[in-house]
Design a protein around this ligand. Structure first.
Ligand SMILES: Nc1ncnc2c1ncn2[C@@H]1O[C@H](COP(=O)(O)OP(=O)(O)OP(=O)(O)O)[C@@H](O)[C@H]1O
Ligand SMILES: [Mg+2]
Length: 500
């Protein structure tokens, strides 16, 4: 009867069980791993071989077969080192453990047997808890695993400790007492931005209602500076959001000792030369792209018109569905991708005089932007340069936490409205707009008048309604007043004056 040990493999950010069986028998000396291992898993063989040799645990001149079941799915990652080594020690009788299948094991091994951090610990932790197993992991991954409350987890420095533990000779440190600090520690703050009151206001509305924004302004006017600070005014991350985001970063190999857990809302700013796969995710095994790394945070596309059309087109699915599906010949995986999109672009200016281009050229420049994407952008705001003497002024400015309080207030109203924290005003369908937005006489009149005067498009009409809902929510107002409509119109005029 071969000895078996449990571990897991990953499909997207979900963990699934792997049974690792080892068989050592007489025959031509060789060491094979079967069950669709990918290159990295095959290399486990060499690492495990060295570890066994260096610790005097090597089965001499024997035929070794390690099987990873289920056999039909490809398995990748270096985390199989530890369970493979343990299965071989069990098979040789060097470990005496009856209830070994109460444990899930993960860990990469150095040649002398040190445990190195692995990807996917958090997903494995969620799975282990569901299956009521104890997770055995490298020390480096402990903080990540501890995000899961009441998880049974043991963390070790090296394989010798694991072996001693399984033989009942050693017990690792108790982890139930360890507290992890989940308060966000942003390095930037809105109070650093001088002036730009109307832009800050637009970004507050964006954060409050989940509205996507395009900022238009000359170089150096502070567009990047403002965008970087949006995560700081979004609501504090819930523990579910921290877990979800950390899982994505773990699978994407983006966690390290300094950053074992994602407790700040992400800010991702991919360059416009990024490939479609980089943006949306892919590869073998499929890894999350920028849209998923921005999950629960902000995706900032600077120099918006420079992005390839194909890149902008692939953003349509995550913007609609808040997730991406990566389809492979044999399988498909889903990664979450719920973010606020912030675009930035320079206005069209004459390169010699620096003056703004004539209307017809501006129009042509603007129509280069992807229509389907513009469909998803509710707010367009101009960002002028702030005069240098103003930048030097020392006036007291509002901090991110003050703005965030108002955003959280408006989000709470929306949570009650939609019965879920996952939906915001920007997500309202036509039907929901009808249901949740009631205009009084004068605000209806103002809207009708503006449609006429500014030649507002039909799509702007719905966006104005959604924006005015958020603006009213920020005030705690139930009914939409004239002032809410008037402000919402401000965020639509730019586009409609150029497009239509
Ligand atoms: N309103 C402001 N308050 C304080 N500093 C500012 C402000 N606007 C600009 N700055 C300063 O100018 C620098 C340049 O701003 P930033 O890079 O955000 O401009 P930008 O609009 O993104 O420019 P580009 O179009 O070249 O990307 C900032 O790092 C900041 O130091
Ligand atoms: Mg910039």
């Amino acid at each position: 009867m071969p000895s078996s040990v449990l571990s897991c493999y990953f499909v997207g950010i979900e963990a699934e069980e792997v049974i690792i069986e080892a068989d050592i028998s007489k025959g031509v000396p060789q060491f094979n791993i079967v069950g669709l291992p990918e290159a990295m898993v095959k290399e486990s063989r060499d690492r495990v071989n060295s570890v066994l040799k260096n610790n005097g645990w090597s089965p001499r001149l024997k035929k070794i077969v390690v099987n990873l079941a289920p056999a039909g799915v490809k398995k990748s990652g270096a985390h199989f080192d530890l369970p493979i080594a343990i299965s071989l020690l069990l098979e040789q009788g060097l470990i005496k453990k009856e209830n070994i299948n109460n444990y899930f094991l993960m860990g990469e091994l150095s040649l002398e047997g040190k445990l190195r951090g692995v990807i996917g610990t958090l997903s494995a932790a969620i799975f282990a808890k569901k299956k009521n197993k104890t997770l055995i992991i490298p020390k480096e991954n402990l903080r990540e695993a501890l995000l899961i409350k009441d998880l049974k987890v043991l963390a070790f420095n090296n394989i010798k400790e694991v072996v001693s533990f399984l033989n009942g000779e050693f017990y690792p440190e108790n982890t139930t007492e360890i507290q992890i600090d989940l308060s966000p520690d942003y390095e930037v703050d809105f109070s650093e931005v001088v002036g730009q009151y109307h832009v800050k206001r637009a970004l507050e509305i964006s954060a409050a209602g989940g509205h996507n924004v395009l900022m238009v302004g000359p170089p150096g006017s502070g567009k990047s500076m403002l965008a970087k600070r949006i995560p700081t005014i979004l609501p504090k991350m819930s523990s579910e959001e921290i877990i979800e985001t950390t899982r994505i970063y773990s699978i994407a190999k983006k966690l390290n000792k300094k950053m074992p857990v994602i407790k700040r809302r992400p800010f991702r700013a991919p360059h416009h030369t990024i490939s479609d796969v980089g943006l949306i995710g892919g590869g073998q095994p499929p890894s999350p792209g920028e849209v998923s790394l921005a999950h629960n945070g902000v995706l900032f596309l600077d120099e918006f018109p420079e992005f390839k059309r194909s890149a902008l087109e692939v953003l349509r699915q995550p913007l609609e569905d808040k997730k991406v599906q990566i389809v492979r010949a044999s399988s498909s995986v889903i990664f979450p991708a719920n973010f606020i999109l912030i675009g930035a672009m320079n206005p069209c200016t004459d390169t010699v005089s620096g003056e703004e281009c004539p209307h017809y050229i501006r129009k042509r420049y603007y129509t280069r932007l992807s229509k389907p994407l513009l469909d998803r952008i509710d707010i367009i705001v101009e960002v002028p340069r702030v005069p240098i003497n103003e930048i030097r002024s020392e006036k007291k400015r509002e901090s991110s936490s003050e703005i965030r309080e108002r955003v959280e207030f408006a989000r709470e109203i929306q949570r009650k409205r939609f019965g879920t924290p996952l939906k915001t005003n920007s997500d309202m369908s036509k039907k929901e707009i009808k249901k949740h937005i009631e205009l009084n006489n004068s605000s209806q009149k103002l809207l009708d008048f503006s449609v006429e005067k500014f030649k507002l498009s039909a799509r702007s009409y719905d966006k104005i309604l959604k924006l005015s809902r958020t603006i009213a929510d920020l005030e705690g107002a139930d009914k939409i007043e004239e002032s809410h409509i008037a402000e919402a119109i401000q965020y639509r005029i730019y586009e409609d004056s150029l497009l239509f």
